[in-house]
Write a protein that binds this ligand. Structure first.
Ligand code: Q9C
Ligand code: ZN
Length: 350
């Protein structure tokens, strides 16, 4: 396993997210990633590399997935926030107003608060001084992981990056995500000559951003196993009847499961997802690897145990595809390293 990592992820340090009318400490911390890195090194799971992608190549890749006006906004948002009031530097920016259906999205507002809402879908994703640089560095990890497996240098590569990505869409942030790393990896695989790319999202939460980005495309199959959106975040997407649209009809598969789901039932869904990937005759795989399916996760509701993650890695290896793993959620800080590396180590050993 080749791991792509950039310590610049530390530049994204959210302080608070909105929860039940209060600002509470962020679940998505730099410490999470440090635990995964320590566990990777403890088990000596292959080489660690910092991406060498230059800024122009990265900008070109970002523009394939995200809209120009969204990228321009995120790049300059922190400076605008501090320009409103120098005291803003002491706390993060969060949106608090959004355009409802029927309201205008085509006119770019001058107001910073209005643009924060236009380009987001929740108040749980603080934008901080270093969010843009950290997210860019993370995106580069995902793209290089994809390129490495496509070139055949390694069978599996792991983008150990944060902030996570699978909730971010073409022109919105949310769910702790700004740039959609899994989508960037899938597109990088297409650009390197792979013709049918599958994205398997095993994070507890539905990968709404990734689904939306590829919803009308037949060259990228998106599969997500997640908490049922009737009760679980992100609530407004992720139902089983969402199957793709236009040319993409039949190329999206959602496998929602109820809160409390244990590993036996979760693994049955994984096998259905892998069957779909086989039927699609994918020639490359992106795994959006969130381990917030863990029984001890503080914000999620499935019941996977640490040992179960080895089986997840073996099942994924059974697809026998060049595989780019992209780090997503997982908030039980003490176990996030063990659970993540259990997947990767078992994949490598299979
Ligand atoms: N109090 C990812 O796992 N907030 N994002 C849930 C918890 C949003 C999760 C509310 C959870 C987003 C990448
Ligand atoms: Zn998640």
């Amino acid at each position: 396993m080749l791991t792509l990592h950039n310590p610049l992820h530390h530049l994204h340090q959210g302080r608070h997210e909105m929860f039940r009318g209060h600002l509470v400490p962020c679940h998505e911390t730099a410490q999470r990633l440090d635990h995964v890195l320590a566990e990777l090194q403890r088990r000596a799971l292959g080489a660690l590399r910092t991406p060498a992608l230059d800024d122009a190549a990265l900008d070109a890749a970002l523009a394939q997935i995200h809209s120009p006006r969204y990228l321009r906004f995120i790049e300059h948002a922190w400076d605008e926030w501090v320009a409103l009031d120098p005291a803003n530097a002491e706390h993060d920016a969060l949106p608090s107003v959004w355009p409802a259906p029927g309201m205008r999205r085509d006119v770019l507002p001058e107001s910073f608060a209005a643009r924060m809402g236009l380009f987001s879908f929740d108040a749980g994703t603080p934008l901080t001084a270093g969010s843009w640089r950290a997210a860019r560095a993370g995106a580069a990890c995902a793209i290089e992981a994809a390129r490495a497996v496509s070139a055949g240098a390694v069978r599996g590569a792991f983008a150990l990056s944060r902030p996570p990505g699978h909730h971010a869409g073409t022109d919105f942030f949310g769910g702790y995500c700004f740039l959609n790393n899994a989508a960037l990896a899938a597109q990088a695989l297409r650009d390197s000559g792979r013709t049918r790319v599958a994205v398997l999202d095993v994070d507890y939460h539905h990968g709404n951003g990734t689904q939306a980005i590829f919803y009308e495309r037949a060259d990228v199959l998106t599969v997500s196993i997640h908490g049922d959106p009737r009760t679980e975040y992100p609530f407004f997407l992720g139902h089983a009847d969402e199957r793709g649209a236009g040319a993409g009809l039949g190329f999206n598969l959602n496998l929602p499961l109820p809160r409390g789901t244990d590993f036996a039932r979760w693994r049955a869904a994984l096998c259905l997802g892998l069957d779909a990937i086989r039927a699609f005759r994918a020639d490359a795989l992106v795994v959006a690897l969130g381990v917030d399916t863990f029984e001890g996760d503080p914000i999620s509701g499935f019941r996977l145990r640490s040992d179960d993650y080895g089986q997840v890695g073996r099942d994924i290896a059974g697809a026998a595809l060049p595989t780019a793993f992209i780090f997503e959620g997982g908030y039980a800080v003490a176990e996030v390293g063990i659970n993540t590396v259990n997947v990767l180590e078992a994949f490598d050993a299979a």
